[in-house]
Design a protein around this ligand. Structure first.
Ligand code: HEM
Ligand code: HEM
Length: 156
């Protein structure tokens, strides 16, 4: 079954997911920077600590993290939707599997928030491990994603 969309809409739909995901890749690097500043703030002493606290990195990191969570999950579902609309099926390959893996990772890492806020070190360590894995997969998705875009462009 394929949805009744005009060919040009179907074609342009292809670029929605890649553009969104590249924006989110940049946002996730910013989130990582803010997260590392949270850690620096917690470990700092005296004047330096006072200065860092003014940056409100914990609040900003949580906000950017929440935006990332929402758009990463919907962006991945969007990629699957467009693939299905255009091909009538999904391609069970590395991009799909790594993408679903990333969705699971960010769900777990966000779910650790209340525990980190209570000061649990196990939650912080797990959060950092999950998210740096997430960033690694993200870089890999950017490469395999651009390869998919190139395939679409040469098909057209
Ligand atoms: C690229 C993704 C992310 C990276 C690299 C990252 C990294 C970090 C790091 C390094 C810390 C500091 C831990 C410490 O104090 O030692 C942290 C804390 C935290 N992160 Fe993330 N994070 C990411 C995404 C998220 C997301 C998606 C959420 C939730 C929606 C989130 C919520 C939090 C919270 C609540 C804290 C604790 C802040 C506090 O101490 O008050 N992070 N993160
Ligand atoms: C970073 C740059 C990325 C690019 C350039 C990219 C590109 C693409 C393209 C061109 C498609 C085919 C569908 C379409 O034409 O829209 C696709 C599918 C998909 N993408 Fe991405 N993507 C990227 C990142 C991600 C990320 C971060 C995730 C998950 C968190 C993801 C998950 C998926 C999934 C699940 C599919 C469906 C795959 C299939 O069933 O074959 N993508 N992507």
């Amino acid at each position: 079954m394929s949805l009744e969309l005009t060919p040009s809409i179907k074609y342009w739909l292809n670029f929605f997911h890649p553009v969104t995901m590249w924006a989110l890749l940049v946002l996730s690097i910013y989130a990582a920077y803010l997260g590392l500043q949270v850690q620096r703030t917690r470990n700092a002493q005296g004047e330096e600590k006072k200065e860092l606290i003014k940056g409100r990195y914990n609040v900003r990191h949580y906000q950017i993290g929440s935006i990332l969570l929402a758009f990463l999950v919907t962006g991945a579902i969007g990629g699957m939707a467009v693939t299905y609309i255009n091909n009538g099926k999904l391609f069970v390959g590395p991009h799909l599997l790594a993408g679903l893996g990333m969705v699971s990772l960010i769900a777990f890492s966000a779910a650790l928030s209340p525990y980190m806020q209570k000061g649990a070190n196990w939650a912080r360590a797990t959060h950092i491990l999950l998210n740096f894995t997430l960033l690694g997969l993200f870089a890999w998705q950017a490469v395999s994603g651009v390869q998919i875009v190139q395939k679409i462009l040469t098909k057209a």
